[in-house]
Design a protein around this ligand. Structure first.
Ligand SMILES: Nc1nc2c(ncn2[C@@H]2O[C@H](COP(=O)(O)OP(=O)(O)OP(=O)(O)O)[C@@H](O)[C@H]2O)c(=O)[nH]1
Ligand SMILES: [Mg+2]
Ligand SMILES: [Zn+2]
Length: 349
């Protein structure tokens, strides 16, 4: 039997796939035997063609890259970047060959997003990442607290450690942006991609992790990935001079190995918003750890926000931040918490 790292036993397509002309009932009795499968990791998906590398836990240099398609047995089960999957079929990786992806292994983490706060469909953006780099530029496009806060909630909900990556510090000062997060335990780096400032610090934060890059279009995610992974060759796009917006240059996510097996980075397309319909209010509050203790003074069943997005009677959080318990960023963070709770309670507004 083939094991990871040893000889690959060819998977006999005919045996499982096509109902035999003579015995059409064979399929349910003879379950496919995938013991000869290789376990790989999904790095890119393009219209049903799934790029995978295998074996796992092997230096990337020695991994084989194959294009796979989903096996019919898998049905509608989703496959996403970062998934660990079982592969059978042609695993040579030669041009024009296709492997078959027969199983998605249990995920350690799932980063999810909904299109907006009322959308019932959760999309898993990335599986098995352990860190989220929230990438934001100080200017062009302007930083938006809302997206940063939402990303923080999503990271917390998914069990990813967030880091803040602030780009384009050649264009403006990062002080105001940073002051919004003083007092919370959020590592950050300041980057100037024109000169490479901050890159070595970023490399340190990425080492040993699988990090997904999240941020608005045009903040410089792909530029960063190109600087980190020399052979990445991600296309980057100018920001519109008039609107200050990115042009949604990257259209799909891709996982890329950092040099010398020091981790993986996942470049993703710029997001317009980060819907959180899948996160409940309690989870939101818990992702504001410095405010959490303040809720002890709240009346039972306090929702911390009223129907207009303001303070409900007797909510303990205002006193908590006023007395400085949540640091100098406390008032801004409380405002942000209320905005999020309000948005999720009244998704249409
Ligand atoms: N001045 C300045 N420009 C930068 C910096 N980093 C990136 N840029 C520019 O910002 C623009 C957008 O960069 P991209 O890397 O394409 O941005 P992105 O986040 O990948 O955008 P999407 O793929 O659309 O989500 C490009 O013109 C980059 O050259 C920086 O540190 N300073
Ligand atoms: Mg990009
Ligand atoms: Zn309250």
């Amino acid at each position: 039997m083939a094991r990871v790292g040893s000889v690959v036993v060819k998977y006999d397509e005919d045996k499982f796939d096509r109902p035999s002309r003579f015995n059409t009932r064979r399929r349910s009795k003879d379950r496919p035997d995938f013991s000869s499968a290789q376990v790989g990791q999904v790095t890119a998906i393009d219209r049903g063609r799934i790029t995978c590398v295998f074996p796992l836990n092997t230096s990337h240099e020695h991994q084989t890259r194959v294009i796979a398609v989903k096996a019919r047995e898998l049905g509608r089960k989703g496959v996403t970047i970062g998934d660990q999957v079982r592969l059978v079929g042609d695993l040579s990786g030669n041009p024009d060959t296709l492997a078959r992806l027969v199983e998605v292994l249990p995920r350690t983490t799932e980063l999810m997003r909904t299109a907006d706060d009322s959308d019932p469909i959760e999309r898993v953006i990335v599986a098995n990442a352990d860190q989220m780099a929230i990438v934001t530029s100080v200017a062009n496009p302007e930083p938006r607290m809302g997206l940063i806060d939402r990303s923080l909630v999503a990271a917390f909900h998914a069990g990813l450690n967030p880091i803040l990556v602030i780009t384009k510090i050649d264009l403006a000062q990062p002080d105001t942006l940073l002051s919004n997060y003083e007092g919370i335990d959020l590592p950050y780096v300041l980057i100037n991609n024109k000169t490479g400032t901050g890159l070595s610090e970023l490399k340190e934060l990425l080492a040993g992790h699988t990090t997904v890059f999240i941020g608005h279009s045009g903040v410089g995610k792909s530029t960063l990935v190109n600087a980190l992974v020399p052979e990445a060759q991600r296309i980057t796009g100018d920001v519109n001079d008039v609107t200050g917006r990115g042009k949604h240059t990257s259209t799909s996510a891709i996982a890329l190995p950092l040099p010398n097996d020091t981790g993986w980075v996942i470049d993703t397309p710029g997001v317009r918003s980060f819907g959180l319909a899948h996160v409940n209010p309690q989870d939101i509050i818990e992702s504001f750890p410095e405010l959490l203790e303040g809720t002890l003074a709240c009346p039972r069943a306090c929702t911390h926000v009223n129907a207009h997005g303001h303070r409900p009677p007797d909510c303990g959080l205002d006193d908590w931040v006023k007395t400085g318990n949540a640091g100098s960023a406390g008032p801004a963070r409380l405002q942000s918490l209320r905005r999020l709770l309000f948005a999720l309670e009244s998704p249409s507004s």
